[in-house]
Design a protein around this ligand. Sequence first.
Ligand code: GDP
Ligand code: MG
Length: 167
Amino acid sequence: FAGLVAIVGRPNVGKSTLLNQLIGQKVSITSKKPQTTRHRIVGIDTVGKYQTVYVDTPGLHSEEKRAINRLMNKAAATSILDVELVVFVVEGTRWTDDDQMVLNRLIVAKKPVILAVNKVDLYKDKEDLLPHLQWLGTQLQFLEIVPLSAEKGTNVSKLREIVHTQL
Ligand code: GDP
Ligand code: MG
């Protein structure tokens, strides 16, 4: 039994870092520079007879003038369509046009979506996050909203459990 899960989000939100934490191996390239990931990289998390196959997508771009961006958008859009579950990664309280574009695609795709709010380690006061989390909750009927830190590993196991219960 294997479930296919896409990790989507704009460049630099921490998708590759999160994937590495989820499967506990350095299979995906992470970088401070956006657009490091240009291909779908698959990680497999095996727990007993269950396998979760993670797909790390290239970043979606609202700027479609460059051919490479068009190509990356196409690859990312396709990866949303052929999965059972989507983990949508956003960054703390930072919301850009690129986040909005990914969200718009998820609304159209009608897939079950777990929202991972990453980089919470950057917020000393967790109260600073709450209004944004509440606003995010009004944008789509998310299965769950999970604040986490992919880099520190905070709450990553909680996300992992939620993914496993959904597959
Ligand atoms: P991707 O483009 O979405 O795959 O993002 P990456 O995984 O390559 O991460 C982009 C940058 O964000 C890197 O410099 C990471 O070290 C950083 N980053 C990722 N997760 C976290 C986190 O939880 N907290 C902080 N402070 N930085 C993070
Ligand atoms: Mg990446």
